[in-house]
Design a protein around this ligand. Structure first.
Ligand SMILES: *[C@@H]1O[C@H](CO)[C@@H](O)[C@H](O)[C@H]1NC(C)=O
Ligand SMILES: *[C@@H]1O[C@H](CO)[C@@H](O)[C@H](O)[C@H]1NC(C)=O
Ligand SMILES: *[C@@H]1O[C@H](CO)[C@@H](O)[C@H](O)[C@H]1NC(C)=O
Length: 395
């Protein structure tokens, strides 16, 4: 066991390793009343000889589903949810330790705070630039950069001659866009100048991702994935193994690339030699979307209307999320770690990954939801066939 413990004025950071697993949490000490009575159904009380808050916080740290620890008369209580702020304010007797990472509010509520309108067709892709602005790519062939303070457009990037399927932000802040016109364009995201056009795919470029070393990965209707040097626009590698359009790619925490296709498979690639490390089979229709969760698991959204959660290390299927009534087209991870999905059923759903239930359904779009992005301030953006982008903020 390895334990690191830092004490600040009101915070302490705990890092605890046991049997090769590291748990890390930032705890905030809050004095107050025992809140256990108001949320008793979620409480797991533990009466042990704990005589300080540090031990109690450590017990919470070791339980992945513990968000708050309370200490009162040596009685340590581990709470599986975040109490709300008014409960904090009423506290007068006990000491609370709130795990600052993964501390999700059970009853948070997202509501539309802005509708962005200007695209004249489906909003296919969204991405957040390094300066916090959001860019959107559309079936109207344009890329737009938005000022999220007032919902106005800062720039419209024209040049593609087909649908803009995908966007990605390079390590240097440049914006890459992949299109139905078979090309990838690299734009200066500040002044909007076109820096480069990458022409090697022979069918639509459907998704883009930036690797840990800064290289750009692209996948296509030509069944391949290409790895590019974004500095000079040369292609370094072509990955051939899918037997259908490759619609989605994502970079795993260990740097490997995952790809989803209409051949129903997800492949995990070894980028040193371009071979397939693992094949994840289970979806019964096209895999449209991939995202990596905070714990390293891979989530995949499919035309079979489900989301599957995979252990990205050994490839085992951990969970299937049922709830959408049409294709799961886009996935994202909120700042609190929750998985969020956008679907052709016009809804956006937030999932509880502890039990696979739906935490929240966001209705409002009048068309299929094609794209999602989480903004720097934690707000959620969703782009739709209804030509709008909605910004959802915590209520
Ligand atoms: C917070 O908790 C208090 C006490 O349980 C409750 O009355 C109040 O409605 C809660 N507020 C929210 C926003 O959930
Ligand atoms: C979320 O906010 C909306 C709009 O204010 C409201 O209608 C709805 O009841 C709220 N849901 C919860 C769970 O608080
Ligand atoms: C966004 O658009 C919807 C549908 O037109 C409307 O009901 C809602 O009030 C708008 N929200 C804002 C914040 O403008």
């Amino acid at each position: 066991m390895k334990l690191i413990f830092f004490l600040f004025e009101f915070f302490f950071c705990l890092k605890y390793s046991y049997l090769g697993v590291t748990y890390e949490g930032y705890f905030k000490e809050i004095n107050g009343k025992d809140i256990s009575t108001s949320i008793s159904e979620n409480i797991q009380g533990v009466k042990i000889n704990l005589n300080n808050g540090f031990e109690c916080a450590l017990a919470c740290l070791k339980k992945p589903d513990c968000y708050v620890a309370t200490l009162k008369n040596d009685y340590c209580t581990l709470i599986k949810m975040c109490p709300n702020s008014s409960q904090y304010q009423e506290n007068i007797n006990s000491i609370l330790f709130e795990k600052k990472i993964k501390c999700t509010k059970e009853h948070f509520n997202l509501t539309t705070t802005m509708n962005l309108t200007s695209h004249t067709n489906t909003v296919n892709s969204l991405v957040v630039l390094h300066n916090g602005d959001m860019a959107s790519g559309s079936d109207d062939k344009s890329v737009k950069v938005w000022d999220l303070n007032d919902g106005t457009i800062k720039m419209t990037l024209n040049g593609h001659t087909g649908i803009v399927w995908s966007l990605a932000v390079l390590a240097n802040g440049d914006l890459a866009s992949g299109s139905q016109d078979n090309t990838i364009k690299i734009w200066d995201s500040i002044d909007g100048t076109l820096k480069m056009t990458l022409n090697e795919h022979v069918w639509a470029v459907r998704s883009l991702a930036v690797l840990h070393n800064g290289d750009l990965a692209s996948c296509s209707g030509d069944y391949t994935i290409k790895i590019w040097n974004p500095q000079d626009g040369t292609s370094k590698m072509t990955l051939n193994e899918h037997t259908g359009t490759v619609l989605s790619i994502a970079v795993l925490n260990n740097g490997d690339l995952a790809s989803g296709s209409n051949d129903l498979r997800i492949l995990i690639w070894n980028l040193n030699d371009g071979t397939v490390k693992m094949t994840l089979s289970g979806h019964t229709s096209t895999v449209w979307s991939l995202v990596v969760l905070d714990n390293g698991d891979l989530a995949s959204g499919s035309q079979d209307n489900t989301i599957k959660i995979w252990n990205s290390i050994d490839g085992t299927e951990k969970m299937t999320l049922n709830g959408h009534s049409d294709t799961v087209r886009s996935l994202a991870v909120l700042h609190n770690g929750d998985l969020v999905s956008g679907s052709y059923d016009k809804s956006v759903k937030v999932w509880n990954l502890n039990d696979g239930t739906i935490k929240m359904t966001l209705n409002g779009h009048t068309g299929e939801v094609f794209s999602l992005a989480v903004l720097q301030n934690g707000d959620l953006a969703s782009g739709s066939q209804d030509m709008t982008i909605k910004i959802w903020s915590e209520f």
